[in-house]
Design a protein around this ligand. Structure first.
Ligand SMILES: Nc1ncnc2c1ncn2[C@@H]1O[C@H](COP(=O)(O)OP(=O)(O)OP(=O)(O)O)[C@@H](O)[C@H]1O
Length: 236
């Protein structure tokens, strides 16, 4: 379970003399549901919030606890519990081919090279992308790349998957495919999205605005609240 207590993230202004920038302010959340979506306008603080959950970013004040562990103190242990998927899989694929990337992920778990390679092939087959195991990462489609990133992250069995706008770069077919894959995972999944349809896959939707939580609840209430707020802003 992930807990945030009065989490605040402040960064220095890029220009000297300007006030510090508050990216998140007073965020208190108990994240227990199996599927949680985070929505909000561009720059509202979604990525900042998600990055706190596996220690990619740390709080300036307040607290984040992942199963009782503080990501700032126990970063390694937290990252083993919380896998992270970026919008653009190229930001996280480190090796030239899918099988090498999954093998890299498995290195700390399986010492024997042949065993590691066999396991990596099996995991890619299970995700339906075994046929591209040896293809260059750069020659894969966006959907295939996202599945490789997911396979690498899940190879080490994290209990929680955090995904920052995982469907944004995907075409409709791959979006639906990824939605299905995420829906079937046994892990707790916490994801951000601009796609309100995708948000309704979650049982709980959190709306961020200006670094604060402005709505939190069942999708039919929160998504409507957000859609109305956005429409009102355009009308003004
Ligand atoms: N290191 C930083 N220094 C200054 N400002 C930052 C820094 N990191 C993020 N920001 C700003 O914080 C705000 C929130 O960023 P964040 O990436 O969390 O937004 P987001 O809701 O994920 O946006 P989007 O939907 O566009 O991806 C943005 O205005 C961004 O420019």
């Amino acid at each position: 379970m992930i807990l945030l207590r009065d989490a605040r993230v402040v960064v220095p202004a890029p220009r000297q003399g300007d006030p510090d920038r508050v990216l998140l302010d007073g965020v208190t959340l108990e994240l227990a549901e199996r599927r949680i979506a985070v929505i909000g306008a561009n720059g509202s603080g979604k990525s900042t919030l998600l990055r706190l959950l596996n220690g990619l970013r740390t709080v300036t004040s307040g607290q984040v606890l992942v199963d009782g562990l503080d990501p700032a103190m126990d970063g390694r242990a937290v990252r083993q519990k919380v896998g992270f998927i970026f919008t653009d899989p190229l930001a996280q694929l480190l090796m030239s081919t899918p099988v090498e990337d999954v093998e890299l992920s498995l290195r700390s778990r399986i010492r024997n090279r042949a065993e590691r390679s066999a396991r990596a092939h099996t995991l890619l087959e299970e995700r339906g992308i075994g046929h591209v195991a040896h293809q260059s990462i750069y020659d894969l489609s966006g959907g295939e790349r996202q599945l490789v990133a997911l396979t690498s992250v899940l190879a080490v069995d994290p209990a929680i998957l955090v995904a920052d706008e995982p469907t944004t770069l995907l075409d409709l077919r791959n979006k639906h495919l990824l939605r299905r894959v995420l829906a079937e995972l046994e892990q707790q999944v916490i994801f951000s999205t601009h796609d309100l349809d995708v948000a309704t896959d979650a049982e709980r939707v959190i709306v961020v605005d200006g670094g604060r939580i402005v709505a939190d609840g069942a999708p039919h209430e929160t998504v409507d609240f957000y859609a109305r707020a956005m429409t009102d802003q355009v009308r003004r």
